[in-house]
Design a protein around this ligand. Structure first.
Ligand SMILES: [Zn+2]
Length: 293
């Protein structure tokens, strides 16, 4: 009950804030999917993964696509409600399909930036003939170290931090706006998702969280949560570190994977069960620790 009241007053505050923003900028009606964060920076919910865009004096920078071309076309329509300027840059936080498969909904010709590893993963995925149309949207500029853009007087730092969730994760940090897009580098209310098949690692994920926490940022925009605070990231990091420490202690005692999973109450799939699910966090940590030994 208490949380319902809290939630309701939170919504009231958000509506009030939206009302104030609308009063200040009557010409801009970005719609319910879109939330202005600070300055020209917007967060776009909806679709399988959330993304966003930044409006500067000569154009628009989008961060990630939706999973479908239609989803991205909806983002383009929302941008058009805010500004008539064209999309000049597309920044890609990582290669997962819910962040890149809708790229065709964006106009061609923008600069597309990602880490080197993300481009490799996209090239691999787009070999699929069904995704042939996406080959026109491979990154045009890649890097393996922090890459700084300066657009309309705003600095945008593209910070590769993979392998973490995938091999090529990249943070998109706007220091002047104290905001970072973080792709899938934080999940609240569930374990971090680590794609081992894309060389993701739990220890890299923890390192990425440390990097994000060290930024002079107040707002973190991820693919699957409402905007997060630095304290939210600290909580994700401490629960991940705690799990890593617990697994490390069990491994040091010589426990097997089955014993470690049992200690965490992680169910083993029934023998011969069809469609065995991907390894969960405990198993991933165990594998990383034992592979290193
Ligand atoms: Zn992802």
């Amino acid at each position: 009950m208490r949380s319902t009241i809290k939630l309701t007053s939170g919504i009231a505050a958000a509506l009030l804030a939206a009302g104030i923003a609308a009063a200040r900028q009557p010409a801009q009606d970005p719609g319910p999917l879109v939330r202005n964060i600070r300055g020209g920076l917007y967060f776009v919910k909806g679709g399988m993964a959330f993304n966003g865009f930044f409006v500067y004096d000569k154009g628009v920078v989008v961060v990630d696509a939706k999973m479908t071309a239609d989803g991205s076309r909806q983002v383009v329509a929302e941008i058009a409600k805010v500004t008539p300027l064209p999309i000049t840059h597309i920044l890609i936080t990582h290669s997962d399909l819910d962040h890149v498969n809708g790229l065709e909904g964006y106009p061609k010709g923008a600069a597309i930036l990602s880490s080197e590893a993300t481009k490799k993963e996209m090239e691999e995925a787009f070999r699929d003939e069904k995704l042939a149309g996406l080959r026109a949207y491979l990154p045009t500029r890649t890097f393996s170290r922090t890459h700084r853009l300066s657009l309309g007087g705003e600095i945008i730092d593209l910070i590769p931090v993979g392998p973490a969730h995938t091999a090529g994760d990249m943070i998109v940090f706007f220091p002047g706006l104290k905001t970072a897009f973080i792709g899938d580098l934080a999940f609240v209310g569930r374990d971090p998702l680590i794609h081992r098949q894309k060389s993701g690692t739990s220890f890299g994920y923890a390192q990425a969280l440390e990097t994000m926490i060290a930024l002079e940022a107040e707002t973190y925009l991820g693919g699957h949560n409402d905007p997060l605070s630095k304290d939210d990231l600290r909580a994700v990091l401490s629960s991940l570190r705690e799990k890593q420490d617990q697994v490390r202690a069990l491994v040091a005692q010589g426990k097997t994977l089955a014993e470690v999973k049992a200690a965490f109450g992680v169910a083993e799939p029934a023998a011969g069960a069809a469609g065995r699910s991907r390894p969960g966090l405990v198993e991933i940590i165990f594998l990383e620790l034992t592979e290193k030994m």
